[in-house]
Design a protein around this ligand. Sequence first.
Ligand SMILES: Cc1cc2nc3c(=O)[nH]c(=O)nc-3n(C[C@H](O)[C@H](O)[C@H](O)COP(=O)(O)OP(=O)(O)OC[C@H]3O[C@@H](n4cnc5c(N)ncnc54)[C@H](O)[C@@H]3O)c2cc1C
Length: 382
Amino acid sequence: MTTSSSSQRIAVIGGGIFGVSSAVHLARLGAQVTLVTEGAFASGASGRSLAWLNSARFRSAEYHRLRVVGIDRYRTLASRNEGAAWLRFEGGLTWDADEASNRIAEAFAHEQSIGYDCQLLGAAEVVKVTPGINAAAISRQGAIFNPGEGWVDLPSLIEILLQEFEALGGQAVAHAGKASVDIKGGRAAGVSTANGTYIKADAVLVATGAAAPEMAKQAGHAIVDGTPIALLVKSKPFGPAVRAVLNTPNVALRPTPDGAVVCDSAWSEEELNRRSDGTHDVKEETLRRLLLEASNVLEGNPALELESYHCGPKPVPGDGEPVIGPLEGIPGYFVAFSHSGATLGLIAGELIAREMVTGEASPLLANFRPARFAQKSHALAS
Ligand SMILES: Cc1cc2nc3c(=O)[nH]c(=O)nc-3n(C[C@H](O)[C@H](O)[C@H](O)COP(=O)(O)OP(=O)(O)OC[C@H]3O[C@@H](n4cnc5c(N)ncnc54)[C@H](O)[C@@H]3O)c2cc1C
């Protein structure tokens, strides 16, 4: 049975996957929801994400569990949208460089031990399992194939969720300018937008991606921030044979709905130059090398041409784990801030919406509360 609470007015700030997913889940629960975002929907990190759906390699057991539940929600969505070009479950393939830091055997043993579907394959076996890979690029330690992984095109998903949100009576407001939480009498009372609108609310969710720690700070709460600037490069469409998401030493990539690939890599982020206005400058050489690295891991080494690139903050909490839940001491003020927001997008929205409407804390989120930074918040106050 679904709980209905049509009397609650809830404002959500942020038009990325966390804000939109939360808004639609709140509307499904019967809340009267207004969703506001500064610019266009999906114009933040959600519009420039690799969006690999996974729980590969090493992390806390609680975080692994949340991610696996997150992937489960996407599986349900995939089964309801059979053949969708924007959500594919065709596996993930990972290998490490052929050097002392190679942890493939250890990662495989760990994934097996926790029941995460995985196969350790040599280069010759990989090509029998998943198409479009340059087997010669795989290091001698082999690659892990995770058949249960996939990818999502977040802008497409956001559009679909927004349609449902509006059909349920939700108000979606784009280009509202910067919004802020109005705290009256010690509790969240509404949202003011830069263009002068005031939205009265019983509860507010801040899902503003990289801006969330600063907004929490204004409310006297610390959220330790580890947000880097990330780069995502898209090739021109060329009809790649590759189906899996690839995570390789020099590039991560996946196919796109329109027959191109998108790619990123940690080394390319280190080559970005910060301009004095806070934006970032991308060297042509970085773009060229990233596409070359992508070509190197693809069968036949196709010549990849640049279609577009996007550079901007990738929301990452300082301790690497999600920050989802109420700000203690400010009734009605909730936050959702995390990396791997593609993997977590559906489940985070579902859980936070239920908490906001019912007031019942989800045990799945117990380890991920903003309150874990309480000591830092006390330091802010003193
Ligand atoms: C290059 C890259 C690769 C990634 N790869 C993966 C991956 O493989 N797997 C995975 O699971 N995740 C991945 N991620 C992470 C994932 O994309 C993000 O965690 C997720 O998109 C964050 O969603 P969000 O809604 O929190 O933030 P955003 O998408 O950034 O949305 C926040 C929105 O809030 C708006 N906003 C900010 N401040 C205000 C304000 N004051 N008032 C009004 N609006 C405001 C912004 O304009 C923005 O539209 C990747 C991200 C990047 C950038």
